[in-house]
Design a protein around this ligand. Sequence first.
Ligand code: GDP
Ligand code: GDP
Length: 436
Amino acid sequence: MTKPVVAIVGRPNVGKSTIFNRIVGERVSIVEDIPGVTRDRIYSSADWLTHEFNIIDTGGIELSDEPFLEQIKQQAEIAMEEADVIIFLTNGREGVTAADEYVAKILYKTKKPVVLAVNKIDNPDMREMLYDFYTLGLGEPFPISGSHGLGLGDLLDEVAKNFPDIEEQEYGEEVIKFSLIGRPNVGKSSLINAFLGHERVIVSDIAGTTRDAIDTEYSFDGQDYVMIDTAGMRKKGKVYETTEKYSVLRALKAIERSDVVLVVLNAEEGIQEQDKKIAGYAHEGGKAVIIVMNKWDAIEKNDKTMNEMTKSIREHFQFLDYAPIVFVSAKTKQRVHALFPVINQVSENHAMRVQSSILNEVIEDSVARNPAPTDKGKRLRIYYATQVAIKPPTFVVFVNEPELMHFSYERFLENRIRESFDFEGTPIKIITRART
Ligand code: GDP
Ligand code: GDP
């Protein structure tokens, strides 16, 4: 299901990140600490009552060299491009400023709904500050207080009222949805063109109808696929398209809709910090992952090069130890089509269900080989394990006391599960619960 997207815009210091964090609340990612991957969040899932949506804090998209007004202009443009509903945030303590008027003028151009919020209305006495904001011509201002968590319910009611009916392009269960993510210039578009055997024609968007609707359907060897568009693939020449945060935003959107994510690296430039961050998002998203080393034609090789590169990839991407690595060249098309059997396999593994009886044999056998940890004289007892979900495969392990389950033991169990079943290419999740 594609969720509606909400973006928060407004000049600096009005409280965008405060409100973003309030709305997002505490969200747990499947892996907490991947070195080099921790980031300040600008895009997250969120919910309000029965509504699920994604939210962008455009203030987090920094456009380093741009002057102040140009920055907020571009942030507003990103909101108009990416969101279904825009929250325009202002500061009630300062009243309407010239910068607010400037943002409002940009937002007049959009057909998307804009909800005006006036922040820092920390107590009811301050409500008279609101009247000033009618002059912005964007309808009724909603008073809120990010610090005190006031007014957010009414604001989100209004936002949800404006959610569009999203007509999701429905694909059959058997269709594999995949995306290519990676830094600019690693060769994502070239790879897609190589898959298709011709240049992909990119239809320009019609204003107001853009829902990242650039999925490309593709069949190979009897299997149907949909390639999901990502950053860098529809170059329209906007300044912000080359910024890191923007490409992250687009990558996160593509990851969300994919079953399988191809993390594309560039052999010519080697592995960079940004590659690790991007790969981290695919992993956190719980998607099947393949590491694709592109531009393999462009480097000097001998019989050791591939092994050395594999070793280096494994060192840099330890959290993706389950991901197969494929060396390709979009330019010469070498091994490009060899990717598809790998995509099929990891997609199957990502959706695999294992039998409880066999799973429990594996767990019992593991405990017999490597006794569960003890703490202060107490030993972890594992009673039973069961698979509760697919995509990614998720297991619940019932124990006497969950606090006794250490990370290293969980890792041991994961490895034993991986040795026993073919989960290549997919993360797996283990949840420890007290048996009640
Ligand atoms: P951003 O630049 O728009 O993302 O703004 P921030 O979220 O970083 O907030 C800017 C400052 O305003 C911070 O010092 C916040 O603590 C403060 N702030 C945010 N919301 C409120 C509020 O509702 N009331 C008051 N008094 N201060 C707030
Ligand atoms: P994107 O930004 O990730 O979509 O990257 P592009 O597909 O636009 O490719 C960036 C540049 O790298 C272009 O000049 C391509 O011609 C070049 N390129 C892409 N794939 C290969 C490859 O396999 N080998 C070589 N030598 N160049 C490539």
